[in-house]
Design a protein. Structure first.
Length: 405
């Protein structure tokens, strides 16, 4: 991949982990050693040939990569353009999250760590972490809010079946941010033998950059596949949903330096941006510190984190990764949003037109198709971040409401 100043500016944070004004590492004193160790090791390890070969092999044989770039003909006809779906829904465990957890488990192995911790909200990242810990025979502890444990029973069962210990976070609102606090506390208490796997492009430096690199395989493949299919490796538009921003970072990564490629990140508007029940961070957020980095954050006047709302658990996050905050600030990417209702409509549309049931998160990216205008000559790539099996209860409730019997 060619490198130039633009790419350096957008893709890589500076030495301290800043993307413009966002990023950095705001951590308790007790964590400095762990984070410094990771900062020192990660680029060296990532650029090591043996590491890359092992990563590529697992992505291929275990995760099922490359995932197809599928020309969705009936969806394209409906919008009068040419639409390709990047099928991350076909990855092992049903979403893109495995790309990152495979990378981080190999890194943990390199660093000699024997114990893995993670935090999870809906359980998707917990399952992806428990999966790679089973693969490598490493001890896995997942922190999860007590309320989320009740709401997400199937994913809790998956983690347990995979051999992980799920520890409830019982403080505060008993959800994701409380689970994150517990995970950080654990890391402070076990600095030598433990690696903390963060599931999105959030957290203190080097996590946002490290996770973006592990997810960048998405856009690396898109370039190759588009070239093969169309003779041109550049799409005109790339669209992805954003919770913390890892699938979007992966889908954008190798196009950041290509000014002709328009990038769209779709947030969850929940019940509507002005409804008070939303997760539209880039519209409502102000700079603040969450999970160890400076980014846009939904907060009250006095800096308390506002509980987000979205129908999709994976987008139900009050912040956004620092890379995305920077891309919005500089105008390189455009933030859009879709409501719960718009996402549901888009999910049913894809199911009927293409025979693919998307994750509710991914349905937000699909919903953006209605918000933009299209030319037949456009080449639109949508990152289909995950499959909809986990969301069937929500889809069933929706169908029951549509046709009450
Ligand atoms: C977790 C998840 C997301 C949101 O996370 P990002 O880091 O923003 O990608 C999106 N889609 C699916 C299917 C997920 O499981």
């Amino acid at each position: 991949m060619k490198k130039n100043a633009e790419q350096a500016r957008y893709t890589f944070p500076d030495q301290q982990g800043y993307y413009g004004r966002y990023g950095g590492a705001f951590i308790p004193e007790m964590l400095h050693r762990n984070v410094a160790e990771l900062q020192a090791a990660y680029t060296e390890v990532l650029n090591d040939k043996k590491f890359q070969d092992e990563l590529d092999l697992l992505l291929h044989d275990y995760a099922g990569r490359p995932t197809p770039l599928y020309h969705a003909q009936r969806l394209s006809e409906a919008f009068g353009t040419t639409i390709y779906l990047k099928r991350e829904d076909l990855c092992h465990t049903g979403a893109h999250k495995i790309n990152n957890t495979i990378g981080q488990i190999l890194l943990a192995e390199r660093l000699g760590k024997k114990r893995i911790i993670a935090e999870t909200g809906a359980g998707q990242h917990g399952v992806a972490t428990a999966t790679v810990c089973a693969l490598k025979g490493l001890k896995c502890i997942v922190y999860m809010g007590e309320k989320d444990i009740e709401r997400q029973a199937p994913n809790v069962a998956r983690m347990k079946m995979l051999g992980a210990t799920v520890i409830p976070a019982t403080s505060g609102s008993k959800t994701l941010k409380d689970a994150t606090n517990e995970a950080i506390r654990d890391w402070i208490n076990n600095p030598v033998d433990t690696h903390y796997i963060i599931g999105s492009v959030v957290g203190p430096h080097p996590y946002p950059d490290m996770v973006a690199r592990f997810q960048s395989v998405i856009s690396r493949e898109v370039r190759e596949q588009l070239l093969e299919k169309t003779g041109n490796e550049l799409p005109t538009h790339v669209i992805a949903c954003v919770g913390g921003g890892s699938n979007a970072a992966g889908a954008f990564y190798h196009f950041l330096e290509e000014a002709a490629v328009k990038l769209y990140a779709v947030e969850a508007a929940g019940c509507g941006i002005d409804s008070g029940k939303t997760a539209a961070t880039s519209v409502l957020g102000r700079p603040g510190i969450l999970h160890g980095s400076m980014s846009l954050l939904m907060q009250t006047e006095d800096g308390q984190v506002v509980e987000p709302h979205s129908i999709s658990a994976g987008l139900d996050y009050p912040g956004i990764g620092p890379l995305h905050a920077h891309l919005f600030d500089t105008g390189r990417a455009t933030a859009l949003s879709a409501t719960d209702a718009e996402a549901l409509e888009a999910a049913f549309e894809l199911a009927r037109l293409e025979g693919i049931i998307p994750a509710l998160e991914s349905a937000h990216a699909l919903a953006a198709l209605k918000q933009l205008t299209w030319q037949p000559s456009d080449r639109v790539v949508i990152c289909l971040s995950g499959r909809g099996d986990k969301d069937m209860q929500t889809y069933m409730d929706h169908m029951a409401q549509q046709s009450p019997k």
